[in-house]
Every structure is written in C-alpha cells, then in structure tokens.
Design a protein around this ligand. Structure first.
Ligand code: APR
Ligand code: ZN
Length: 252
C-alpha cells in the first residue's frame, strides 16, 4: 500500500476516533467488488442502457414488460452476489458503535446481508415490489424475480412495480427525513463509492460538511464529493475499508 494512503488512513482513523457521531453514505461503488455493476464510469449500466428507457415512471407506463425484464436481470445478477469486505467493514464499525447509520443509494440489500442494522435506503430496494394503484397500497418483500412479467397485484389485479426510486420521482419521505436527521446529528461522514451526481441523495455528505462536520471519502477516482472531502482515500472499498477498520482496532 502506498505511503500516502497509509498516512491518509492514519489521519482518517484519528478523525473517526475523535468524532462523536459517525455515519456512512454509500453508492454503487461499494458493491462493485461484489460484482454488481455501477451506473457511471467505465462499463457502467448507463453506458449500455438509457435510463429514460428503463428507470423512469414514463418508461414503465410505456412498456412495463421491458422495465421488468431489466429488473429481473438485475435481481438475478444481485442474487448471485454476496457482501464484500467493504460492506463487512462498515457492518463491523456499526457493531462496534463507531458507525451509527448507513445511508445508501444502493437497492441491492448487500449492507443488510453484511449485518448492518441501521440502513436507510434512499432509492428503495430491488427486493421490494408495490402496487401501482394508489388506493390499494399493496407492497411485499421478494426473494427472487416475479414468475410472470409484468407481475400483477394479488389484491387488486393492477400492475406491481419495483419499489425503487426512478428518475423524476421523489425519495420515500420518511427515509429522506430520517437521513437528513442523521446528517444533522453527524460530525463525520464516511462517503464510499459514489459519483455524487444524483440529487437530492448526494446532498447528505454536504449537509454534514455544512454544519462543520468532516467528510472522509473512499473512491477509486475523484468524484463530485472530493472537492469537499477532508480526507480522500484512493482505492477500492473492499480494500480500503477493512484497512480503516483495522486502524480502528477491528478485525475483518
Ligand atoms: N470502490 C470504491 N469506489 C468505486 C469502486 C470500488 N471498487 N468502483 C467504482 N467506484 C466508484 C466510481 O469511481 C464512482 O465514483 O463508485 C462510483 C459509482 O458511481 P455511480 O455509478 O454514479 O453510482 P452512484 O453514485 O451510486 O449513483 C447514484 O444514480 O442511477 C442512479 O439510482 C442510481 O443510486 C444510483 C444513483
Ligand atoms: Zn393492488
């Protein structure tokens, strides 16, 4: 490991030890080493698919089958993956009382599978479905993709949709409010594997910064957050986070 990363890890560990309330904010990059494709950058999903064709309410309205085929493919892919040492390191930091909450943009559920308890899913979960009929309200957790595509609501027969946030849709209000509270409590946020371009999610680290908190960022390359980061730990989440955990006296 490079001298400078070693030094930055020491600095980051000291800041975390001094902090009163640490949270984590994660994006697709923390799941990359588990084999879950990221959205932007080399080989990202948005290189192959147009978001407006599969990740918007209009796309679902136009062609629910096509949207569901994409989510079926992603569910099958994610089902074959497992949490990587980056997810596990954050779960250990929560167990040790160091990290109080994980605010994630990811829908893959890998933080929970790694053992993290207080996880706020800003963009929903690929493992939940809900009825499109507002007066029905049916929603369910699923373990595998629906047998029939597009699936129908067992209660009212309307279409079921993935319980994720599409472009142009509001974030789930209770989850967002809780995330803002956590950011308000935090005096340090560990930002992992996000390009920091999607709002309002990417506001979370900046809210911590705004009231005098510290940003420690883990990424393989600079992001939109880096300019506001107090420490930039350049490297893969699955490598850097376990090293950070070790510096904090935890065994991964
Ligand atoms: N370790 C750490 N960071 C990594 C790794 C890795 N192994 N691999 C990639 N990254 C970084 C990339 O450098 C990039 O900054 O992860 C980030 C991934 O960025 P995006 O693909 O834009 O993912 P994210 O920031 O989570 O996107 C936010 O956009 O499309 C929507 O809803 C979707 O939740 C998603 C949101
Ligand atoms: Zn229904």
């Amino acid at each position: 490991m490079s001298e400078s990363l070693e030094r930055e890890l020491d600095r980051a560990a000291k800041m975390i030890e001094r902090a009163e309330y640490v949270i984590a904010f994660t994006g697709a990059g923390i799941s990359a080493e588990s084999g879950v494709p990221t959205f932007r950058g080399k080989g990202g999903l948005w290189e192959k698919y147009k978001p407006e064709e599969i990740a918007t309410p209009e796309a679902f309205e136009r062609d629910p089958r096509r949207v569901w085929e994409w989510y079926k493919w992603r569910m099958e892919l994610i089902a074959k993956t497992k949490p990587n040492p980056g997810h596990i390191a954050l779960a250990r930091m929560e167990e040790a009382g160091i990290v109080k909450a994980i605010i994630t943009q990811n829908v893959d559920g890998l933080h929970q599978r790694a053992g993290s308890k207080n996880v706020l899913e800003l963009h929903g979960s690929i493992w939940r479905v809900r009825c499109v009929n507002p007066s029905c309200g049916y929603r369910a957790t699923v373990r595998e993709p629906p047998k029939e595509i597009p699936p129908r609501c067992p209660r009212c027969g309307s279409l079921l949709r993935p319980d994720v946030v599409w472009f142009g849709e509001p974030l789930p209000s209770r989850v967002w409010e809780q995330a803002v509270i956590e950011a308000g409590n935090a005096d340090l946020v560990i930002v992992v594997g996000t390009s920091g371009v999607v709002m309002p999610a990417a506001m979370i680290p900046l809210l911590v910064k705004q009231h005098g908190g510290v940003i420690i960022e883990v990424n393989v390359e600079p992001s939109n957050i880096t300019v506001s980061a107090d420490v930039f730990l350049k490297g893969k989440a699955g490598v850097v986070l376990p090293k950070l955990a070790e510096k904090l006296g935890l065994k991964i």
